[in-house]
Design a protein around this ligand. Structure first.
Ligand code: ZN
Length: 258
C-alpha cells in the first residue's frame, strides 16, 4: 500500500486494498477541556499518533490501514467548560455505524476502533455488536487508558496522578506534540469527592468498578484537571508509550487470528 492512511489513497487504490488489508483501524478521540495546560484536541492527537505508531509497527507483519480520525466524541462530563464540543450519544452511534457501513461496502471485514477518550467507551461497547450483527464485520475497540493495556508501565504513578489532563496524558503530549503543552500552567488537583479518602465506599472514580454514576467535571475540579500533571516528563511518556504500543500490537495479532 502506498500509505497507511486511507486519507492519502485514491478510490482506485481502495479497490485493491480491501482484499489485501487484514483490518482497518479507526481512531476516535474527543474535543474537550483539558485544564489550562493542554489543548482541546488532546485525546484526538494522542490516539491518532498512537494509531500511526502501532500501524507502522504491525505493518511489518501484516498490512493494515488507518481510517480518517473521528475528532469528536461524547464529552457530556465536560460540556460545562468552554471549548468542549460533544456529540450526543445517538449521533455518535450513527457516525460509527455509517463509517463501518462504508468500510464494509468497500470490502473490509475487520474494523478496530482505537479509542482515546473514556466517555466513548460504553457507547463503543454497545455499538460493536450492533455493527457486527448488521454488517457481518468483526469489530473491536481498544481503549488506550485501560488497566490491562497500561499494566505495570504506569506503576511509577500513584492512583491520583492519573485521571484527566493528568500526569499520563501530559507525558504523552510532551512526546507527541511538546509545543502544545504549557506545563507552567499545569496544577495538581485531587478530587475531594467520590474517593475512599473522602469517605465513599461504592461511588468511587475508578476504571474497574461495577457501580457507575453520573459525575460531571464540576463535581471534581475547578481547574479541569483531575490528577497531577506536574509529574509529567517526556521520558515517562516515551516509556509508557512503548509498552502501550507493544500491547496494542498483541491485540491486533489476536484480531488477525479471529
Ligand atoms: Zn483526555
Amino acid at each position: 500500500m502506498r500509505s497507511l492512511f486511507l486519507d492519502e489513497l485514491t478510490s482506485e487504490d481502495v479497490k485493491d486494498a480491501s482484499s489485501q488489508v487484514e483490518m482497518v483501524l479507526v481512531p476516535i478521540g474527543s474535543f474537550e477541556q483539558h485544564g489550562r495546560h493542554l489543548p482541546l484536541a488532546t485525546d484526538s492527537i494522542i490516539v491518532h499518533e498512537v494509531t500511526r505508531i502501532v500501524a507502522e509497527r504491525i505493518n511489518l507483519e501484516f498490512p493494515v490501514l488507518i481510517a480518517p480520525l473521528i475528532p469528536l466524541g461524547k464529552s457530556t462530563e465536560h460540556a460545562s467548560r468552554a471549548g468542549t464540543i460533544s456529540l450526543e450519544g445517538d449521533v455518535l452511534g450513527e457516525v460509527l455505524r455509517s463509517v463501518c457501513r462504508s468500510l464494509v461496502r468497500d470490502g473490509f471485514k475487520k474494523i478496530v476502533f482505537m479509542n482515546g477518550h473514556g466517555g466513548n467507551v460504553s457507547l463503543l461497547t454497545s455499538m460493536l455488536r450492533e455493527i457486527r450483527e448488521e454488517t457481518g464485520a468483526f469489530t473491536a475497540s481498544i481503549y488506550l487508558y485501560s488497566e490491562d493495556l497500561l499494566g505495570d508501565s504506569v506503576s511509577r504513578f500513584n492512583e491520583w496522578d492519573m485521571f484527566h489532563a493528568c500526569a499520563l496524558e501530559t507525558s504523552f503530549m510532551m512526546v507527541l506534540r511538546p509545543e502544545l503543552v504549557h506545563l507552567e500552567k499545569a496544577s495538581r488537583n485531587i478530587p475531594q469527592k467520590f474517593t475512599q479518602q473522602s469517605g465513599y465506599k461504592h461511588l468511587l472514580l475508578s476504571r474497574k468498578r461495577g457501580v457507575e454514576f453520573s459525575w460531571l467535571i464540576d463535581d471534581l475540579s475547578h481547574s479541569g484537571v483531575v490528577g497531577d500533571p506536574t509529574k509529567a516528563t517526556p521520558e515517562t511518556g516515551r516509556a509508557i508509550l512503548e509498552s502501550l504500543v507493544e500491547r496494542i500490537c498483541e491485540v491486533l495479532r489476536e484480531v488477525k487470528r479471529v
